[in-house]
Ligand binder design. Sequence first.
Ligand code: SIN
Length: 515
Amino acid sequence: MTRVPVVVGAGLAGLTTALHLAPEPCVVLCAGRLGSGAASGWAQGGIAAAVDPDDSAAQHLGDTLAAGAGLCDAEVVRSVVEAAPGAVAWLDGLGVAFDREPDGSYALGLEGAHGRRRIVHVGGDGSGAEIMRAVVAAVRATPSITVVEQARARRLVLGADGEVRGVEVEVGPDRELSVLESPTVVLATGGTGALWQHTTNPRGATGSGLALAARAGAVLRDLEMVQFHPTALDVGRDPMPLVSEAVRGEGAVLVDGSGRRLLDASAGGAGDLAARDVVARAVASELRRGGRVGLDARSAPGARLASHFPAVWEACRRAGVDPGSVAIPVRPAAHYHCGGVLVDPAGRTTVPGLWAVGEVASTGLHGANRLASNSLLEAVVCGARVAAGVRQVDRGSAAPRAAEPPHRGGRRHTAPGPPPWVRPTMTEQVGIARDGAGLAAAVERLAVEVDRHGVDGVSDPVLVALLVARSAQLRAESRGGHLRLDHPGPVGPVRHTLLTLADVVSAPVPARRSA
Ligand code: SIN
C-alpha cells in the first residue's frame, strides 16, 4: 500500500491541505476539472481577519461566538481568528491581489453580525474566484501534488479495526471504479446546499463527504445547522447567484413589495446587518405571507454597485434587473452547512486515518450560525493544520511513499440518482422554519427510501438528507440557524447533536473491509 495521503475535494480547503503537505507527495481527487466547480470559487465576501490596527482577534472572537449562539468551541474560535492575519498573508504570498486603500492598507468590507469592517476581499465581490486562481496556480506548480480530475470518491475502504485503508474512486467519463490504497484520507468535499431547491451552492454539493464518513462509522455533529443566506438573486436560476451581504454593508436595505424597510434598526438592533439567521427568517416570513422582497441598492451603494460588486451587477444585468431603478429581487437560499463530520483541533475524525477540513468538517468554529466570511478563513487555517497533523503521523512510518494514480479496476459504477422529491421535501419540511410534524414526515419518507435500497445501495443525497432531518428532529429548540416553530426558544443546557449512521438507520451498516 502506498502511504501517500489522498485529499478528496479540490476546493480551497483541499488544495490548501495539499500545498501544505508539499514537498511530501499527495493525491487530490477533483470531481470535475481543477479550478472549476468548487463552491470556494463562488464566494463573494472574502476573508474575515482582524488586520485593522483598531480591530483585534478578541473582537473577531466575540462576534463569532455571538453569531454561533452557544455552539461554538471558544478555544477553536480563538485559535482560528488569531491565525486569520497569517492566512491572509499566506494568500498574499501566493499572489492574491487583495483590494487596497490608497494608503496601501487592506480595503475592508462589512458583513452581517460583524461589529466593524473586517472582510479582506479581492476584486470587490470576486474573492473566491481570485483566491482559487492563485491557489490552483500554486498547485499546478507543485510537482508533489498529483491531481486526478473527474474522480469521485465512492466508498472508504476500512481495515479490520475500522481504520482507513483506502478509497474506492469512480474515474473519468466512463465512471470506472478503482481503488486507491492509503491509510490517510482527507475529506474536503464541501457542503450540502444542493439538497434544497433554493441554493447558492453548485449542483454537486449534496454532502458526498458526509456520506463517505457516515458509512465508515464517523461521528457527525450538529447536522441540523444549515445556514440560509438571506439574499440570493431570485430570477429562477438554479443554483441561484448570490447577492453578497457586503452589498448591505455598503448601505443597501431589504424592502417589501411596497418599498417598506423589512428590518427595523431603530431600536438599536443591527437591522439589515443582523446575524444571517435573523435576516433570512425575516425575508422568508415575508415571502410566506405572499409578499415580495427586494434589496434596494439605489441610494447606497448606488452607482458604486457596478464597480464594487461586479459579479452581482453582472448577474442582475443578465437577468434583466437594473439595480439602479428597481430593488433586486431576493429570497433565502441554502448556503452553508455549519454542522459536519466531528473533528478534533488537528482535523482528525473519529475514524482512524480519516481527516476532514472545510465545510464538510465540524471544527467548532461556526456553532449554530457561521459568521460571514469565516469559511474561506477556516479552509486556509485548518487546511494548514490538517497537513501538519498528517505529516506528523506519517513521520512515524517508514513505509515508502509515492503518488500513484488510481489503478483502473474496470468495474463500472452506477450510482443511483436521488429521487425528485428529495429537494422539495428538504425545502418544505427541513427548511428555514421547521416543526416536529414536518420533520417526522421527512424522516419517515427518507428512512423508507434508505430501507428500500439499503445503506449501501441508496444514493448519497438521500442518506445525507436523512441524517440532516433526523438531527433537526432531535434538536427540540430554536437556536442559530435551526428554527423550530414548535419550540420557539433556546433550551439549556447547550448541547450538541451527535450521531452516527447506525443511530439513524434500522438496517445494519456494513463495514467496508480491505481485501
Ligand atoms: C456573502 O458575500 O454574503 C457571503 C459571504 C459568506 O458566506 O461568508
